[in-house]
Design a protein around this ligand. Structure first.
Ligand SMILES: [Zn+2]
Length: 180
């Protein structure tokens, strides 16, 4: 069953959840527009397994696994930076915050406000969240750039989604204040 292209609306979500629909599918990196902006290997596969189920009698949930190789650009030397990602996620879709009460802690609450939601977008979110904001080789690939914190210069930062985490200067001394 091809779900990727079909937008999910609330009724579909409920239906899939009640049926405990389980899908194994494949995309390519190029199928995910927001990934192609930062990845150079658009023809490589992304494997996705996901299953829908119902929690607390009414809440549609989605467990998923994503595995892919992605080639980013090292922000230090500007050469290719391959990453191998294996991700798990568990989402609970709610229409309002009240519905989130009493749900298992491991579920990430997803406020379903839009009329419909594409699965491709959900998968893109998960992948983008797992990618370092400033991808760099582990080794000191360009020693002249060592400890240079001017990440903002050069190309437009493709990780704008996560931008707030990278607050300049001021909040330096505080740790862990960016995540709740
Ligand atoms: Zn590098």
């Amino acid at each position: 069953m091809e779900l990727g292209e079909d937008p999910l609306d609330w009724l579909k979500l409920l239906k899939f959840a009640k049926k405990n629909l389980s899908v194994a599918g494949e995309f390519t990196v190029g199928d995910l527009p927001r990934l192609t902006e930062i990845a150079s290997n658009s023809s490589d596969k992304i494997k996705v397994n996901y299953s829908f189920y119902v929690e607390n009698d009414t809440i549609p949930c989605l467990d998923g696994e994503i595995s892919l190789n992605i080639y980013l650009t090292c922000q230090r030397c500007l050469e290719a930076l391959p990453l191998s990602l294996e991700l798990d996620f568990s989402l609970a879709f709610v229409k309002n915050e009240n519905q989130a009460e009493g749900l298992s802690e491991h579920l990430e609450i997803y406020l379903f406000e839009d009329e419909e939601q594409s699965l491709i977008d959900l998968i893109s979110d998960e992948i983008l969240l797992s990618i370092p904001m400033v991808p760099k080789h582990d080794i000191d690939c360009l020693s002249s750039f060592r400890e240079n914190n001017n990440y903002e210069q050069g190309k437009e930062n493709p990780f704008a989604v996560l931008k707030n985490i990278n607050k300049p200067m001021r909040a330096r001394s505080k740790n862990g204040s960016t995540k709740k």
